[in-house]
Design a binder for this molecule. Structure first.
Ligand SMILES: Cc1ncc(COP(=O)(O)OP(=O)(O)O)c(N)n1
Ligand SMILES: Cc1nc(C(=O)O)sc1CCOP(=O)(O)O
Ligand SMILES: [Mg+2]
Length: 207
């Protein structure tokens, strides 16, 4: 499966009161992967929102990915993104099946990415590349690491962390397939601006 394009990630605080309208605006502009990222422990809300996103994604033929929670992903028959402390990949692959999209956070460590590839990851994510208001404490990653990853790995490479339309071009030039974005997409003043940004991110990846 070709995974290349905009990877939109939701943020419950940023999208409070405009959750579905902003997500739909992004989908209008084109989203390859949509990640539901909610760090709360409100299980009922998480299920409700994830179901709503699954229905929206079906309409727009976009892949939904659940952050952190392989069980919820299995319940909805969608993909999952796992960080280094979110549980191992192998059982998640067994739970979700061969076709499921499973992503792995590899920070700035090529060895983690090689291991994730061995364990059946569908893509590997490196970051953060820039200052991030969503996750300011995430470890930093360099463009050189992307060069090494591109020449070593045969998986789609995702970049994350502070990505905006203004700073994303070098990431693409260094081999990134997926631009994962929260604030640079959803921190917009209107749904029209979210759609414009989504289109513009996709244009950057058309090379
Ligand atoms: C595409 C993508 N890349 C990295 C992350 C970060 O995952 P993790 O390190 O588990 O941190 P949290 O997002 O769970 O706080 C991600 N979610 N998505
Ligand atoms: C969730 C997340 N993980 C990161 C990592 O480096 O692993 S950076 C990050 C936040 C991404 O949001 P924004 O686009 O607003 O910076
Ligand atoms: Mg996580």
């Amino acid at each position: 499966m070709k995974l290349r394009g905009l990877y939109a990630i939701t943020d419950s605080q940023l999208l409070a009161g405009k959750f579905l309208s902003y997500v739909e605006a992004a989908l209008e502009g084109g989203v390859t992967l949509l990640q539901y990222r909610d760090k709360s422990s409100d299980e009922a809300r998480r299920l409700r929102e994830a179901e709503a996103l699954r229905d929206l994604c079906e309409r727009y033929k976009t892949h939904l990915i659940i952050n952190d929670d392989a069980e919820l992903a299995a319940r909805l028959n969608v993909g999952v993104h796992l960080g280094q402390t979110d549980g191992p990949l192998t059982p998640a692959r067994a739970l979700l099946g061969r076709q499921a999209i499973i992503g792995s956070t590899c920070h700035a460590q090529l060895e983690l990415a090689k291991q994730a590839a061995k364990e059946g990851a569908s893509y590997v994510a490196f970051g953060r590349f820039f200052n991030s208001s969503t996750k300011p404490g995430a470890p930093t990653c360099s463009l050189e690491l992307l060069d090494q990853a591109r020449s070593t790995l045969h998986l789609p490479i995702c970049a994350i962390g502070g990505i905006t339309l203004e700073n994303a071009a070098p990431l693409v030039a260094h081999g990134v397939d997926l631009l994962a974005v929260v604030h640079g997409l959803f921190g917009a003043e209107s749904t029209a601006e979210v759609t414009r940004r989504a289109r513009a991110f996709n244009e950057l990846l058309k090379i």
